[in-house]
Design a binder for this molecule. Sequence first.
Ligand SMILES: *[C@@H]1O[C@H](CO)[C@@H](O)[C@H](O)[C@H]1NC(C)=O
Ligand SMILES: *[C@@H]1O[C@H](CO)[C@@H](O)[C@H](O)[C@H]1NC(C)=O
Ligand SMILES: *[C@@H]1O[C@H](CO)[C@@H](O)[C@H](O)[C@H]1NC(C)=O
Length: 645
Amino acid sequence: MPRRWNPCSYLPRRLQIVASLTAFVLLCILFLGTSSSDATVDPYIDQVPFGPRLQAGAHQVVDSLPKLPKELPYVNTPQWLNPFRGPAHTPPPEQANSSSGDTRWYSDFKWRNPFSSSVTLDEERALLPPLKERPPVYTYVDSAGRTKDEKSKAAEQELLLIWRRAWWASGFKPIVLSREEAIKNPHYSTVQALELEPELEMELMRWLAWGRMGTGILCNWLAVPMAAYDDALLGFLRRGEYPTLTRYDGLENGLFVGTKDDVQKTIKAVVSLPAITRVKSLVEAVPDGTFEVDNEHSGVAFYSTSTIAAKYNAIKVKLDKAETLPDGLAMLPPLINSHLHMTWQNTFTSGIAVLKPLPAHTTSLIEPAIDIARNLSQCPESPIPASCPPNRPKCKPCVSSQMVITTPPVFRNTSTLFTIATVPHPYTLNALLHGRDQLDTRFIRRETVRDNWMLAATKELLGTGLSSYARLVYLKDAVASPFGSSRSLWLNAETPRHADNTQDRDELDFLFGFKIPRDPMPNGQSETPVPGPERRPPRPKTEFGDGPSLSKEELAKEKKLLDKARLFISKAERGKGRKSGKKGQKDPFTSTKDVVEAWNLADAESWKFVRAWNARRRVERRSWEAEEEAFLGKGVIDRWMDKII
Ligand SMILES: *[C@@H]1O[C@H](CO)[C@@H](O)[C@H](O)[C@H]1NC(C)=O
Ligand SMILES: *[C@@H]1O[C@H](CO)[C@@H](O)[C@H](O)[C@H]1NC(C)=O
Ligand SMILES: *[C@@H]1O[C@H](CO)[C@@H](O)[C@H](O)[C@H]1NC(C)=O
């Protein structure tokens, strides 16, 4: 009877021994793997969703494996997320402009997947949400025939930069138009033939340029978005659909929206009016019912001449006299910039949280984030310090209530709190946690806990029961959803941020929509009552979170470890794809990094996600600037070009 249970027992005795031994060896290979340090044969990794290099053989193996034990990463991860099950067996195509240096990404609606590689089939290619379409917002600048002194010119260029930055940060694509575009409008010659009042002619030029470009927003370059990202008007404008030609009560001719058809029709109607040569403004000239008028809005501030006269007397008196006019103009950029900054500060009434999980060992890690937070909470320099923006008369000027900076060890999803998070590579984090300047495969596998950072950062938000893989979805949401991305800034701990690197600074300015204070106050004719450098807020008191205060030596040691880890990561990045040694083994740095990443799948995934998210943002802005050149390169704005490129 027992013969039946052992298939080998049908074989002759000697073969039975051979077959049993073979089966035993095969099982050993399958379940225990080898002890080689090469990550591809790590037995753990073989069972984990990790990259295409396993794809070929692995999915058959995995499919036929017995149910995975509880502690493996599929816990809490629904079956459909299993990367080995998807129908896709070829990586998705490369998209335009989807890489920057070492960083590559793929934008897709399926981005809420815990693991990018389950869609991209490539560990190095992060899966990001689709890039949001930015509706164009046009402004018209015509400096023809005007000779300007240097000071006024500089002020105008500064104002245009402020205008572009603020609209870009609110999710639009600002485009500066000039007479060139107006000339290309088919109605141009008709307008030229009429003898119009100069005001109306100027206004029509703007409309001609707008009509030439098409459906969108026409905006004066002294009108800027001055509200939280999710303000109702800005939300409507971002949708990019403008069914009716609309103007906004109180904004004079500062803001119009409409379709190309509506714009062209209106121009045509205006130029055929019999009394056209006597009217001064387009709004006055058009027949009733041309515009829909929106009375309920507060998202845009227009610094028109009449607004300045009514609200900012200190500037008005200068603008009134020809000899002080340049001084008056020069006061506008700092005024508008300070209002933008203050509006941002007023939005985040709970202050700035510099995320500091595992606080005992991450003080140097968050140093760049603290620096940014302090500058953001600083009171902006302003020619009229206690003034409010025209659209927000009830603002809280910074001088009366400064923003607080905290360093909580956990991520909090509060709508009035701005979070600056620093995501370390798991190699960096473990080097700091264990005080080691070198990690090897053995140490990582035996001594380190997986996905430390993720578990610590989301402990409050998601409790302790969830696997780190399920947490990834929430973290990605916090980084990249519209709600999350307008309330947080995510940095990679290894990306060097040079204080004097103008590109880094520009990047941040365009992200926030205003120039972040970074210089000690300029000397001389300071009109602000508050003296210079002291306005920079002190380091936050809670700097060390719930961790211990570090001594100078401990801090120095931590800093050294961090520098070493950064160096390691950059070497490992450079070693990617490079082979070393006789047998064409992987670069040793890269292979250690791969092992660390395989051991900390969730932490590595969030690090790559954040890196790609920031890289794509940079690439998006660069390609807009390249596109802008087509409009700006025509001599309208001369010196301004060197400033932004
Ligand atoms: C944060 O809260 C908002 C709104 O309450 C919600 O839509 C969002 O999903 C939350 N984000 C995370 C990461 O939990
Ligand atoms: C913050 O301001 C200080 C000077 O107050 C400056 O040195 C530093 O570069 C600024 N940092 C950023 C990120 O703007
Ligand atoms: C990619 O970037 C280039 C400039 O860097 C730009 O001309 C091009 O339009 C961009 N392509 C897309 C699809 O955005």
